[in-house]
Write a protein that binds this ligand. Sequence first.
Ligand code: GLU
Length: 409
Amino acid sequence: MADVIASGAAFRPASRISAIGVSEILQIGMRAAALKRSGRDVIILGAGEPDFDTPDFIKEGAISAIRAGQTKYTNLDGTPELKAAIIAKFRQDNGLDYATDEITVSTGAKQVIYNAMMATLDPGDEVIIPTPYWVSYSDIVQIAGGVPVLIPCGKEAGFRLTPERLEAAITPRTRWLMLNSPSNPSGAAYSPEDYRKLTDVLVRYPHVWVMADDMYEHILYDGFAFSTPAAVEPRLKDRTLTVNGVSKSYAMTGWRIGYAGGPKALIKAMSVVQSQSTSCPSSVSQAAALVALTGPQEIVKERCLDFQKRRDLVVDGLNAIPGIECPKPEGAFYTFASCAGVLGKKTPSGKVLETDRDFCAWLLDEHDVAMVPGTAFGLAPFFRISYATSEKELKTALSRIAAAVETLA
Ligand code: GLU
């Protein structure tokens, strides 16, 4: 009896999460923050978060909303005002026309994607994910009972999915293809011509839906023009969920507002999931997002130029380190560099670096630089640097990495 009671008290996670851990990006962030709190001078190049503060006019908009009493539940999947601003944004920036009931707003783009997968996947349904992918794509699919179908898209393919690989991965069980441009973690972007090759395949498979994650839309360099699948191929619009958010463009990560445009039936199904989880996104954050989308947009361009300088600094700095190879990303604020050339080497304390996880753990533990290993994004041996931090910190981090690598034998 005592045994029964003891085993009854033991915690047993649901099988849907038993194979999934806390997002590795967040784990590394928490560990690095704890080291920092303990007094270590850790430079955190982990989670992708602009170091700029949310612009004042956006903060003021939120404060006014609080004063005006906008502190109650809102419409389930977004206030009418914010939805109108999102409709205008999609029309103006992307040439996409959506009606109000084709728009959803959630607590971050992560929840948008979560709602979409929970609303559509049955056990065994497949989701094609070009790899490297943002850590949470595959875990969200698994939580929702689906099967992630990972397609390696390595450095030689410019980290982009090719039409041949896409077509080979489609089966009768395929429900979704996830696309992300510019990409987290690789920074690779798809031109309209790149997308056209994929959409030409997709028009032949009407059962495959597209989740286009456009979160880094405004962070593109060297004049690279942004495009999105539903605009490139309008015949796909009635089976595409176009996802975006205010986090990265307006430095609003903590406000947690993501949104999407998509077919009415999908948006309605997603609202069922949202109604049973969070009821609605934060009223104050929605008011702030409304100000961000309708206010002056110069800030977005200015920040992009800052990020471009930092990209160049990091790419050049990494490529100067023997054993590291870093392709030049077209956008987002990440580099995804190969550490193949340092694996197999020994640290001064005698540890052999076998994997990208070993490399990143060693740099954090012994050299105070936090980065995320490629394995977390499904492609090894690489490591991701989020360079949305000050030039000064980036320079120090690069010299720490270079000095550390020099000690390897
Ligand atoms: N999207 C960011 C990243 O990839 C934030 C972390 C997260 O939301 O998981 O670093």
